[in-house]
Design a protein around this ligand. Sequence first.
Ligand SMILES: [Zn+2]
Length: 625
Amino acid sequence: MAWSFYLQISIDNDIPDTIEAMKQSPQLSWNLDDIVTLSDFSDLLDATLLKIKKYSEYSSQLAPTISEQEFRDFIAFDESVAEDMMRLDGRVFLMESVDSKDAEALSLKGKVKQLELVWHEKTQPISQWLKGKSVEGKEVLDEENAQRLFAFAGDLQYQLSYERAMADHTLSQPEELIVANKDSNGVRVVYDLYGMITTDFRFEFCDSNNKTCLIETIDELNRYTYSADPHERHEAFRSRFAEYEKNIEKLYTAYSAIVKDWVYESKVRGYSSPIAMRNAANHVSDSSIEALLSVCTDNAPLFQRFFRWKAAQMNPTSTDGEPQAIQKLRRVDLYAPLGNEKLPTLELEPTITEVLQNFAEFSPTFAEHAQKIISEHHVDFLPNPNKRSGAFCATLSPHITPYVMTNFSGRMQDKFTLAHELGHGAHGLYANKHSISAQGATLPLSETASTFAETIVFEKTLANTTDVTVKKQLLVTKILDSYASIMRQNYFTKFELAAHQASSGDFSIEVLNKLWLDNLSEQFGDSVELETMFQYEWAYIPHLFDRPFYCYAYSFGELLSMALYKRYKDEGGGFVAKIEQILATGGSEAPEDTLKKVGIDMNSADFWQGSFSIVEDWINQLEQL
Ligand SMILES: [Zn+2]
């Protein structure tokens, strides 16, 4: 549905005094009454349940020969239930996001979940019927009549047709039932076990004074990978992989089951390859993903150049001797800080003004959308006890201005996060002429406005920064972020392609370890020194277990948006209308078609290459500082 989350960074516990003072101001928390007031909640719940019961009437009327008007009436009814459900679910979800212990939210949540089950049960046969599947007591919806009726579904035509086309890969209803049951008691359990095994890990950590302690969580341990102390950084990785090595047979057993299950299912469903099953769910063609992966791989040397620059900048002996640049970056030094200088602390109100000004220079409409979200008090800005960490934007319905949650604590990164989430919100407002099911962009386009907005504000901040140290820190952080969301994810996907292929033959821990090390060698070239302990890293990446082939979505979103940013930089104001046209499309079209209309070919290597020139420009600037 139209949820769009962006869970970013964890919050700082020490909140600057300025922020404490701002907390007094009520507009800093959001007003959720625009969704539904708590006094109206029960009435809406009851009314929605009554409406849901009417699905049975509609279901009995639906037949291949119904008129266009009858079909349109059904669509309007279905959309109005979706709107009610979104209001109920949205109100509860947002209440809980800012206070996980909110007793009222928790009690309402139970009721909404109950209603959702009834809704799902009532709509399931109808959605099967629309896909052309046989449903007991109903005549199958043939292709000709389906296309006749879908043509009158307005902006839902694309999604209805897409789901129907995808139904070629679905099995018969009893078979699907078996798969669903076997999945929930099988492969999902394997993934749960993976989570149970890894959350049980305790890490033996030996500090610089040879004192050993036991670290309870991976998050706590991972903080040391950013330590200024080279010993601590190394120890963090050693300690992490020691646990993974100790448990590698269990983790291998889980991974092997997940891979073999995925490979088998993609075959049974008639997909041309294991990755094709994910591509179809993502609304992207196999060829565009092939272009994406191959361009990413071709650009690996770009980040290698950055790692060489970083090696030259680091002086690991600065505390106890003459500063000396290290020859080669160790893998454990990837996230090492370059200095102890702190970035300036930001205050909220000037930051909001700055972000809006940056948006206005790009497009007044974009800025107006973001302003609307703020003026209507749809943002919850500050950290609070029991509030969820990170940040997200919730686009609930075309009739409700989107809601944004952040944990602004005055860090430079918080400004970019605010821009990112307001970008998501603006995207929702650009697309609010659509019906509720077509407002949210399909996955490939869902990060377009957000990453674009973030890049605008980042580039402005960079241009206005004169302090060389601050500039350097800004660039290093940004390039490392891009590395993590583009190149690292690309190589995760390449590993999966190799692992899934290997699963039919000699498939063992040794094979996976070797595939992973080869993958890292290709990614880093000779720019980074790798220790063999990294061979266990594949077992540390949860997405390889819980969402096979999902990782490329991160590179996809980031690169697509940066490629658009590159076009904007080259073509200036003339390209703004094209970007706005993409945003206004929402999820009403195939992403490839939306981009084609503004002259972009997702299958073309040249298009993807454009985004790397932005990263290259950042690296150039860094090298010149
Ligand atoms: Zn996002």
